[in-house]
Design a protein around this ligand. Structure first.
Ligand SMILES: NC(=O)c1ccc[n+]([C@@H]2O[C@H](COP(=O)([O-])OP(=O)(O)OC[C@H]3O[C@@H](n4cnc5c(N)ncnc54)[C@H](OP(=O)(O)O)[C@@H]3O)[C@@H](O)[C@H]2O)c1
Length: 217
């Protein structure tokens, strides 16, 4: 992918991992937070191609945007980012709709149902943004340049905009993934719950080093 400016909305582990990944792969990055000051240590370490700002500043900065905030805060983070700033841009949606309660036997609870995913809600809220679900079904530690003996793991993506998915597929290819396009935004109803499945070995056996692979005959 040609060098781009990437706005990363998120001060957590995913925001940091993907911001570092985009920097490593030659892009300019601005990370956004409600409180950008808390990212100043990261900026110092990350070097001259790294910037920090508010959600609105990061959204405006990006040619493409990563949404990496707590699922229950995703709608308010988008509002803070500004719908005009996101219009026409690819938004890589890493979020999962995890409810605020502990897992039961390793199984997380979601605040959505199987009839409505978080990404569909976000796409309705910001209809001019070009959402692509991506990076939601693996732990942050494996998102960039994952290494497995069995070869490239599979990232499941979906979204309503074919060109946006082509762009995200190129990014995933550079980050060491094969991509499986599951169709329009409605497929997020199936992709978001993969996080629940991915987390079970983590919560029950402290194993967090796996990824999904789709085998084809
Ligand atoms: N952790 C993983 O390995 C992993 C893997 C795949 C997908 N995900 C998903 O990726 C997303 C980010 O996960 P994370 O672990 O990096 O961090 P997180 O703790 O889920 O989210 C941190 C971010 O959420 C924002 N936030 C929290 N409450 C908010 C509110 N009321 N209004 C606006 N923003 C708010 C914070 O904003 P401030 O910066 O302003 O504090 C911060 O930027 C989540 O949806 C998660 O489910 C996580």
């Amino acid at each position: 992918m040609a060098q781009k400016k990437i706005g990363v909305l998120g001060s957590g582990t995913v925001g940091e991992t993907l911001a570092n990944g985009f920097l490593k792969h030659g892009h300019d990055v601005m990370r956004g937070s409600r409180d950008p000051n808390k990212l100043s240590g990261w900026k110092e370490k990350a070097g001259p191609k790294a910037q920090i700002g508010t959600f609105a500043e990061a959204a405006k900065f990006g040619d493409a945007v990563v949404l990496a905030v707590k699922g229950s805060a995703a709608e308010s983070a988008l509002k803070a980012a500004g719908f005009d700033a996101l219009a026409g841009k690819v938004v890589m949606d890493t979020t999962n709709p995890i409810a605020d309660k502990p897992p039961e036997s390793g199984v997380l609870s979601y605040f959505t149902t199987l009839q409505e995913s978080l990404m569909e809600r976000l796409q309705k809220l910001a209809p001019k943004a070009r959402f692509v679900k991506a990076f939601s079904s693996v732990g942050a530690g494996l998102m960039v340049d994952p290494k497995f003996k069995a070869g490239r793991p599979t990232m499941f993506v979906c979204g309503n905009d074919a060109a946006a998915k082509t762009d995200v597929t190129a990014i995933l290819d550079g980050f060491g993934w094969e991509t499986a396009d599951m169709g329009p935004a409605i497929a997020a109803r199936a992709i978001e719950p993969l996080c629940m499945l991915w987390c079970i070995p983590g919560f029950t056996q402290n194993r967090w080093t796996h990824a999904f692979k789709l085998l084809q005959q």
